[in-house]
Design a protein around this ligand. Structure first.
Ligand SMILES: Cc1ncc(COP(=O)(O)O)c(C=O)c1O
Ligand SMILES: N[C@@H](CCCC[NH3+])C(=O)O
Length: 443
């Protein structure tokens, strides 16, 4: 069992996280339950900040809230001196409601609506990461209407292929995101932005993908962005103040995953940046990054209750839990793999190999294939590790299941930060037109 952060097995043989016995958490909050190890999130945030401080460069570490956005998480990011990357009006609203300082919010997205742009302009956010030419014009016009000058970065696809799943690889030329660096579109976009009266171009942004273990992709992206910065200064007379390298730093989900310590990714990036700019005798820009998964991913654990089981002799044994692809769509979407333990009998030896099925009405709703476990019975608790990123944030109400609660645990205390959805929440936005109401009541 890979115990990390504050996780341990206590004297009763129960999994404990943040000093809280998870069997007690299950009693108090029910299952499925997302449990967040607050100390580990803070530690990860601090690792980034400390590593950048070491470089001597000016920096911002913007937590990519798409990984896990709740008001509590935004407040925690604020306390850890992070900036925040948002990608929708919903994420922006969450941040603002949590009191996150607008000036430290960066707004992403490849199709921001005028309403979203206006909302962000009114809030006074720090920076827009502009994805395309349409957005440049719309943003400029809306800013002009309000008499504002807006700080922007231009999102560039640097032509770097990250070694990761195709669906989460974004830096290659054939991507829906950003201006292409390799075909002149990026330079053209800078020119266009410089001519627009209400935009202030701070620099460029790239994000090569997610769940990346090697440093070479990041280094290559820095080199390309640095060369671009130098060319733009020579050709257009604009000096970039900021280079934003996005997120993508990998984490360990299962044995065999080999992420580097945060400090090594950061050092590779900052060293490459410093040497590229120093070699060209060029003023050093600020470096910004946007880690999501690596801040919250391994701090999250999902707790389920085991229900039914089905054995197909000689083929497979399924055990079903009370959640599934609706709280964690990643196995179905990306063939993602996870480790898990029986949380109420965590000291017992493994006896059998099972496939953990969810309860959605889909054959593909399998959370873990071929998991070694002690013999699991109905009522046992299954803890799936490393579910802090892209689980709650990607959860759905498929089959009209209710989204789970989220608790933060720390020093033996637990705080509910998202309530479990109620059945009334499920029908909360439904409307019954009068002509259907009659029929429904008659039955
Ligand atoms: C633009 C951008 N920034 C940051 C992130 C965060 O990535 P990760 O969670 O892999 O750190 C993403 C998601 O992949 C992204 O698209
Ligand atoms: N949702 C993806 C990460 C990419 C999202 C942002 N570009 C995952 O779960 O791995």
């Amino acid at each position: 069992m890979y115990l990390h952060g504050t996780s341990k097995v206590n004297a009763q043989g129960h999994l404990e996280i943040g000093g809280c016995d998870v069997t007690e958490l299950a009693k108090e909050y029910g299952t499925p339950l997302y449990i967040v190890d607050e100390a580990l999130v803070r530690q990860r945030a601090n690792e980034y900040v400390t590593a950048f401080q070491k470089s001597g460069l000016k920096f911002q570490v913007a937590y990519a809230s798409k990984a896990f956005s709740t008001m509590a998480m935004c407040a925690l990011a604020e306390q850890e001196n992070l900036s925040l990357d948002v990608v929708s009006d919903g994420e922006l609203h969450t941040a603002l409601k949590a009191g996150f300082p607008a000036a430290r919010i960066h707004f992403h997205g490849n199709n921001k609506s005028p309403d979203e742009i206006n909302m962000a302009l009114d809030a006074g956010i720090g920076c827009f990461v502009v994805d395309n030419s349409t957005e440049l014009k719309v943003l400029n016009a809306l800013a002009k209407d309000k008499g504002l000058t807006v700080k922007i970065l231009l999102r560039i696809t640097p032509g770097v292929e990250a070694h990761t799943h195709d669906y989460i690889s974004t830096g290659q030329q054939d991507s829906k995101f950003g201006f292409d660096l390799t075909n002149g579109a990026a330079k053209q976009a800078i020119k266009e932005a410089m001519e627009l009266s209400n935009l202030d171009v701070l620099g460029v942004h790239s994000h090569i993908g997610s769940q990346i273990f090697e440093v070479d992709g990041f280094q290559m992206a820095v080199e390309k962005m640095s060369a671009f910065a130098i060319a733009i200064r020579q050709d257009l007379g604009l000096t970039f103040q900021v280079i934003n390298l996005g997120g993508g730093f990998g984490i360990r989900y299962v044995d065999g995953d080999s992420p580097l310590p945060v400090g090594q990714y950061v050092a590779a990036i900052t060293d490459t940046l410093i040497s590229s700019f120093t070699a060209a005798d060029f003023p050093l820009p600020e470096i910004w990054v946007e880690p999501g998964r690596s801040i919250v991913g391994d701090a999250g654990t999902t707790l389920y209750t085991v229900g039914t089981s089905k054995e197909i002799p000689g083929v497979r044994k399924y055990i079903a839990v009370d959640g599934g692809m609706m709280d964690n769509p990643r196995p179905a979407l990306y063939q993602s793999v996870y480790e898990a333990v029986l949380a109420n009998r965590a000291n017992e030896a493994n006896e059998e190999t099972v496939t953990v099925a969810g309860k959605a009405c889909e054959s593909g709703d399998k959370l873990i294939i071929d998991l070694e476990l002690p013999k699991a019975n109905s009522g046992d608790l299954l803890a799936v590790f490393c579910t802090g990123a892209y689980n709650y944030s990607m959860a759905s109400n498929y089959n009209r299941f209710r989204r789970p609660a989220v608790v933060f645990v720390k020093d033996g205390e637990s705080d509910l930060v998202v309530q479990r959805e109620s059945l009334d929440n499920i029908v909360g936005n439904d409307l019954l037109p009068a002509r259907l109401l009659k029929t429904a009541l008659a039955k």
